[in-house]
Design a protein around this ligand. Sequence first.
Ligand code: BMA
Length: 333
Amino acid sequence: MSKIVGGVSLAKIPWQERPADSSAILWRYDANPIIGWNPIPDGARAFNSAVVPFGGGFVGVFRIDHHNDMPQLHFGTSENAIDWNIQNDAIRFVSESGEPMPRSAYYYDPRVVKIEDTYYVTWCNEFIGTMSPTIGIAKTTDFKSFVQLENAFLPFNRNGVLFPRKIGGEFVMLNRPSDNGHTPFGDVYLSRSPDMTFWGKHRLVMKAGQGGWWEATKIGPGPVPIETDEGWLVIYHAVINNCNGFVYSFGSVILDLDDPSKVLARSSRYLLSPEKPYETTGFVPNVAFPCATLCDADTGRLAVYYGAADTYTALAFGNVYEIMEWTRANSSI
Ligand code: BMA
């Protein structure tokens, strides 16, 4: 049995037991969605967002699409990680010297990770002046001041997901090179940096389609990897293109601890795929897009935060140990 490494005890994790009549490996919160339409005066939809434990409670960086459909990042707080108090004003990033940074046209799909004593936010950022996506990075220690660093990559890239510790003395980021618009392809790569500024030593981690049609069109890293003594557990999103367009599900992969460009096991089936009305109906139907987890290292309990239909924020529950076992038992490699 695997063991979570470097995690935190999180007795306050949102939790529901698996329904008695279910054998699902991930099961949905029965009060989903936890955030609905028009969550703040300036914003229409909050989804694909990131939450972390902080200061005895929880904080989040939320993707909120405004009434012009342009996404911004908003800070929020919660006592229970279910009921969120989200600020109406978008996060204003500052430079290392405290000056306001130039505004990008869009900011979306944030991830938040704690590395040593600093929290890093990564997101899909406009490479200013190009309307093309790259990975933005900011750091904070107090969630009041967010210091924006250099973009990680040239266009085009989406889904920058940092590992929660340095590996071999370097920061490591999963990412998904792409093109502009509704990219019809995508594989997962890994890049390393000695200083969170210069990124290189790029490696292919995995290509779309290995496990079947559900992930045939494109894949991308989801929440921050979870360290266990048997490898990094990574939840990834995966897309099929059918007669009605893209359908976004998510699956799991286990990466080597010392060299996470090596895949040890990869699910040949999805963990969760759009089924419920809040997943199949909304601004973009048929999207389940995970960007964060909370994990209790004592029990392995896992709460997965995912955007539903590019409209809602939803929660699903599972157990890290079960998902590790299930990934290996259903591996496509
Ligand atoms: C992707 C991203 C996600 C979004 C998904 C479905 O390309 O833009 O933010 O959830 O498409 O629209």
